[in-house]
Design a protein around this ligand. Structure first.
Ligand SMILES: O=C(O)c1cc(=O)[nH]c(=O)n1[C@@H]1O[C@H](COP(=O)(O)O)[C@@H](O)[C@H]1O
Length: 281
């Protein structure tokens, strides 16, 4: 059997073909209400199916946020399973946002839940937290590599509280986030056109203050509802702007429940991004 195509190559192609946008599927209770849906399993299912129908055949990445599904217990997780499978069938890459981080042996179980082909929640990529030590992520990094999956490691998050930990100074004098970014760069060494280990860098940060050259995708959440705009990206990411995958949840989702409304919102985001990062490579 030939080796699976690496996630980084699949993502690069999807970004080139569809535009570099990730839309988050975050079924907040308030959004369900705004869409005229109940805060219940039927509402969750209708909301999720509508977003998948509207966007999975046209955006590069869909990012379901697991918490909003877990809120409804096993039936909510079943909706998440279906959304992942349907989105992948329609051609979107699915980045399941679970922000996992645990000691190695438990991390291995989380990895097999999301990155082992055939698992019910099998996804193209997941988000992970490295703040139990980067090497605690090794089982997920290894399983992803073996199966052509991707890993997005929290670097500098979009929330203001993140700096307390992420900008703290490590024993060798580097900010902790830089330590993680350097480790990501090692994972991606030699990958072409793009490594499969990404970093999460909040679009809200203003300036990075760290070296973002990780040869991998840079997921940039925080656009829209958290206050950042596409125009902030070139200043924050500089020469790495072509590797940025901007991520938007609420400001696109608020344009539902109309399928056309969701599609128009996503198109507007891609246009705004293309205007500030013309070649996006
Ligand atoms: O990993 C993430 O996706 C993430 C990292 C981060 O630093 N900040 C952040 O907001 N996110 C996620 O991105 C989404 C942002 O949603 P909106 O603020 O509605 O666009 C949520 O699902 C967050 O959990």
């Amino acid at each position: 059997m030939s080796a699976p195509e690496p996630f980084g190559a699949r993502l690069r192609r999807a970004m080139d073909e569809r535009g570099p946008l990730c839309v988050g599927i975050d079924p907040h209770a308030q959004l369900l209400a705004d869409w005229g849906l109940g805060d219940d399993i039927a509402g969750l299912e209708r909301f999720t199916r509508t977003v998948v129908e509207a966007l999975a055949d046209r955006v590069a990445v869909l990012k379901p946020q697991s918490a909003f599904f877990e809120r409804f217990g096993s039936r909510g997780v079943a909706v998440l399973e279906r959304a992942i499978a349907d989105s992948r069938d329609a051609g979107a890459l699915v980045l399941t946002d679970v922000k996992r981080g645990d000691i190695g042996s438990t991390m291995a179980a989380y990895a097999s839940a999301y990155l082992e082909p055939g698992a019910p929640l099998f996804s193209d990529a997941i988000t992970v937290s490295p703040y139990l030590g980067f090497e605690s992520l090794r089982p997920a990094l290894d399983l992803a590599r073996a199966n052509g999956g991707g890993i997005f490691v929290l670097g500098l998050t979009s929330n203001p509280e993140g700096a307390q930990v992420q900008r703290a100074t490590a024993a060798d004098g580097r900010p902790l986030a830089q330590l993680m970014l350097d480790a990501i760069a090692r994972e991606n060494a030699g990958a072409d056109p793009l490594g499969s280990v990404g970093a999460v860098i909040g679009a809200t940060l203003g300036t990075a203050g760290v070296d973002l050259a990780v040869n991998g995708p840079l997921l940039a959440p925080g656009i829209g509802a958290q206050g950042a705009t596409a125009a902030d990206l070139p200043r924050l990411f500089g020469a790495q702007s072509g590797h940025v995958v901007p991520s938007v949840s609420r400001s696109v989702l608020r344009r539902g429940p109309s399928v056309e409304g969701l599609r128009t919102a996503a198109e507007e985001e891609v246009r705004a991004l293309s205007a500030v990062v013309p070649d996006h490579r």
